[in-house]
Write a protein that binds this ligand. Structure first.
Ligand code: AMP
Length: 227
């Protein structure tokens, strides 16, 4: 199963993505996680990407596109993958489509989490990351996933904030890119919707209302995926 997962920063996409990964038993490939891992390890890629990420800008396509296309060729991707955070603009969408078509690989599902820009912004600013597991949901502004004091609600681990989560200018910048219908992420989503219409509903488009709580959104998602 090959799945693309779209949603603005702050929509809870990472949390829902982890559930999809579990249900389908496919690797969850998150561009942002790959970049942050490289920054943490001090690699050349990390050094190159850091400035862009701190400003909320996209890392240039010349770095990101080959990085992801080569990741998709790794052995664990043989039976499918869940791609999260890529494509993030129209160029990346076109390049991914070209690369998959060249290999005769069909995309099965495109998931779009729909969420108002202001709600997404509040959620980002409340987000806390567990040092033990990025997928442990903690947010000081969402009752259902409020941390336990200043510790992770899942495992009791220490919590930290992402530097780019507390910077309002960077958040607005990321949302400017996401909600841009001409060349940004919304343009990529339109690209897949058009493709789906032209190719008889393949990939299947799944639209998710991102406003309810984590559990309700998961239930909606799994129902729509027939899981
Ligand atoms: P995320 O964890 O998805 O919020 O991504 C964090 C940051 O990584 C983004 O703000 C970008 O700077 C960078 N990034 C993630 N995905 C991409 C992508 N597909 N293209 C370019 N930059 C990206």
């Amino acid at each position: 199963m090959k799945i693309l997962f779209f949603g603005p920063n702050g929509s809870g996409k990472g949390t829902q993505g982890a559930i999809v990964k579990e249900k389908f038993g496919i690797p969850h490939i998150e561009t942002g996680v790959i970049f942050r891992d490289n920054i943490g390890r001090g690699t050349d890629l990390g050094k190159e990407a850091k400035g862009y990420i701190d400003r909320g800008e996209l890392v240039p396509d010349s770095i990101t596109i080959p990085m992801i296309l080569s990741r998709l060729k790794e052995p664990d991707c043989k039976n499918g993958w869940l791609l999260d955070g890529f494509p993030r603009n129209l160029t990346q969408a076109r390049e991914l489509d070209k690369a998959l078509s060249a290999e005769g690989i069909d995309l099965d599902i495109v998931i779009e989490m729909v969420l108002d820009r202001q709600i997404a912004k509040n959620r980002i600013m409340g987000r806390r990351l567990c040092v033990n597991d990025n997928n442990h949901p903690n947010n000081i502004f969402i009752d259902a996933i409020k941390p336990n004091g200043d510790k992770c609600r899942v495992c009791g681990g220490d919590l930290k904030t992402r530097s780019d989560d507390q910077d309002e200018e960077a958040i607005d910048q990321r949302h400017n890119i996401y909600y841009d219908e001409k060349t940004g992420t919304m343009a990529a989503i339109f690209f897949y919707k058009k493709l789906s219409a032209e190719r008889g509903g393949k990939p299947r488009i799944v639209e998710l209302d991102g406003r309810p709580g984590v559990k309700e959104v998961s239930a909606d998602l799994l129902a729509q995926l027939g899981k």
